[in-house]
Ligand binder design. Structure first.
Ligand SMILES: Nc1ncnc2c1ncn2[C@@H]1O[C@H](COP(=O)(O)OP(=O)(O)OP(=O)(O)O)[C@@H](O)[C@H]1O
Length: 646
């Protein structure tokens, strides 16, 4: 390989004038830290009682101290201790910060929040004040100062780590690993930490500069290194007391602190800028992830049969609700969704953006984020109650029997790991295969999803795959086990049309061959009509119609279903004409009107619709929630053009 993109970006940081200067300075300081004590310790120790507190001369460029020792040599020799102390303190800050920063991901919801709150409080304290506090606690001297500065720096690293971890855990490949039942600790080690390592190292470089300055501050207050040992801070402390006799005694070590601190700081900043990593000043609000809670207020009879009977039911969802906190109390975004999926059945979920399709799927796969509250009367997968506590057996069952395919193939894989290894992880984790067997299975599955030269491809990184291939590899990951259900959320939206068809064909083939059930979420009514047996139409967090896919194009009974179909451009649509859209705007989940949520946009709406919410009533043709189901509507009333929308 010719070098990774990130390595190339690091090098580009060195090409800016600031990058070059600060890198050279930082390297010089590190070299001095190694060689100066070897070369000049004797000269730095040499006492000259005839030349005490002398000013600059040809022999002593910056003069001498109160024992006649050369200031320049002492400053050079002090480089090693100063750097050692600064790096030790930085190491402590990074390690403690890392532990605290990942803790909310590993601990339960309550303990995680406690850690987050403590970090937030600690971050709000000025660093030097914290350092002074710890210095007093740990005692005066080098060890106390290292611990004090290290611990005082930890909260800001913890905040940074927390922010970065929260950014990574929301990506699809982490969600996929969670669905695959990979434990929190393993996810952290395999997927999260490799992706935060680079920004952490860059920030540690910046932190080392800050630590140097902090040591100078503590030593200046007499709390740092004690004589006869000396670092730059100690020299500064001694020099200041003789400032009026020989200013060089304070100036030279002061300059060493300033230049080294700045060079570390700016070098770190220029790398950060070049590679685009966040620094400690750019922290975002943290977010933690935990499993949904069990509903208490909807605990209904668990023995009731799923919609349409119990035969071969893979997924059984009854009265599913998802709510998020809003400005005026919880906002319900999924409002009582009930459906079942049978073995080998393909069920499509359609609806406009924001109708609750994705959250329904996320709730089923236990991936709704921490803020979301998931309640259901029943949520069963292969007969297992998904609302019960987070047991290893349940995780394993989800991991081997349910597969998720996400919209964005860019974020579906961990960019730092080879594709084959990521697929193999599932089998090593769940099927007890050793590394070699798991890799063989991964190669086999890549072949099964029609990826050419699977053995070679397995050794490649995600960025070496095209979008369509990545999506197929994601499906391959889903079939590492023998899933009973694949949930595909807009799996083709990010792909071009020909690749879309290949991915849909692949899903259909897997379904046929292995009798796998499929839940396909899509904006695209045509795609769903082609691939699925049955379609759930969602509006404002509810299922408004459940009908055979064959009826979707012509026999939808809900006016919303008909409007969705009418808004699909046909082959006869003139390219220069504006696209058809459904009149009006979708409902704001925070402000759902009484009665039927679609009434304001519906050509059939009457007073009753605006007052009474129609139930989802079932008959032999499916289920529909409309007081005027099946009543005729003029095609003109179903859709309008984009230009007519106010
Ligand atoms: N994490 C969240 N916090 C708060 N609200 C959310 C969150 N996730 C989704 N929502 C809201 O829930 C509603 C339903 O979202 P969902 O993603 O399920 O819709 P969707 O039908 O899948 O839309 P799309 O097709 O655009 O993905 C939307 O109003 C959305 O803004």
């Amino acid at each position: 390989m010719t070098g990774t993109p990130s390595r190339r970006r690091h090098l580009s940081a060195l090409r800016t004038p600031l990058g070059v200067v600060t890198a050279l300075l930082a390297i010089t300081v590190l070299v001095l830290a190694v060689v100066a004590p070897i070369l000049w310790t004797d000269s730095a120790k040499a006492v000259d009682t005839d030349d005490i507190l002398a000013g600059p001369s040809a022999e002593h460029w910056a003069g001498t101290d109160n024992l006649g020792r050369d200031i320049v040599f002492r400053t050079l020799v002090a480089t090693r201790l100063s750097i050692e102390l600064a790096l030790s303190a930085t190491l402590i800050a990074v390690v403690v910060g890392l532990v605290l920063g990942v803790a909310p991901q590993l601990l339960g919801r309550r303990a995680g929040r406690l850690v987050t709150a403590s970090i937030n409080i600690a971050v709000a304290f000025p660093g030097l004040l914290l350092a002074l506090f710890f210095a007093v606690v740990f005692g005066i001297g080098a060890t106390g100062a290292v611990l004090a500065i290290g611990l005082a720096g930890a909260p800001s690293f913890a905040r940074l780590v927390q922010t970065m971890v929260a950014g990574v855990v929301s990506l699809d490949y982490v969600a996929a690993a969670r669905t695959a039942g990979v434990g929190r600790f393993r996810i952290l080690v395999r997927h999260v930490l490799p992706n935060v390592a680079e920004p952490l190292v860059v920030n540690a470089t910046i932190g080392a500069g800050g630590a140097l300055l902090a040591f100078a501050g503590l030593s200046f207050l007499g709390l740092g290194v004690q004589a006869p040992a000396y670092d730059w801070g100690r020299l500064l402390f001694d020099g200041v007391s003789a400032l009026y006799v020989n200013p060089g005694a304070a100036l030279v070590p002061g300059l060493a602190v300033l230049v080294t601190g700045l060079s570390f700081n700016l070098f770190g900043e220029s790398i950060a800028k070049a590679v685009g990593v966040p620094t400690q000043g750019t922290a975002l609000a943290p977010r933690t992830v935990v499993a949904p809670r069990r509903s208490t207020d909807h605990a209904g009879p668990a023995t009731e049969a799923p919609v349409g009977g119990t035969d071969d039911v893979v997924l059984d969802v009854r009265d599913l609700e998802v709510a998020f906190p809003g400005a005026d109390g919880p906002v319900q975004v999924v409002r009582g969704v009930t459906f079942a999926v049978r073995r080998g059945e393909a069920v499509g979920i359609v609806g406009e953006s924001g109708s609750g399709k994705s959250l329904t799927a996320l709730a089923v796969s236990q991936l709704v984020d921490d803020l979301g509250q998931v309640d259901a009367e029943r949520l069963r997968f292969l007969g297992e109650d998904l609302l019960t506590s987070d047991t290893a057996a349940r995780r394993k069952m989800l991991g081997t029997s349910m597969a998720m395919v996400f919209q964005d193939p860019m974020t579906s894989f961990n960019p730092t790991r080879r594709i084959g290894g990521q697929l193999a992880e599932v089998s090593r984790h769940h099927h007890g295969l050793d590394r070699k067997q798991a890799m063989a299975r991964a190669v086999d599955r890549l072949g099964a999803v029609r990826i050419p030269a699977p053995e070679r491809r397995a050794r490649q990184y995600p960025h070496e795959f095209s979008g369509g291939m990545r999506q197929r590899a994601m499906i391959g990951m889903g079939i590492m086990g023998s899933p009973s259900l694949i949930i595909a959320d807009e799996p083709t939206t990010a792909l071009d049309v020909t690749v879309q068809q290949q991915v849909l064909d692949l899903l259909a083939a897997i379904r046929r061959e292995d009798d796998v059930a499929l839940v396909l979420i899509s904006h695209d009514v045509t795609v769903v009509g082609e691939v699925c047996d049955r379609v759930l139409v969602m509006y404002a967090g509810r299922i408004v119609e459940d009908l055979p896919a064959a009826d979707l194009a012509t026999a939808g009974r809900h006016p919303y279903t008909q409007a969705l179909v009418a808004a699909v451009p046909s082959m006869d649509t003139a390219l220069d004409e504006p696209l058809a859209v459904i009149p009006g705007r979708p409902v704001d989940p925070a402000d759902v009107p009484p009665g039927c949520a679609y009434a304001a946009r519906c050509p059939l709406a009457t007073e009753r619709c605006r007052v009474e919410d129609p139930p989802l009533a079932g008959d032999e043709r499916g289920r529909v929630a409309c007081w005027h189901a099946g009543e005729p509507i003029e095609p003109m009333q179903l859709s309008t053009t984009r230009t007519d929308v106010p």
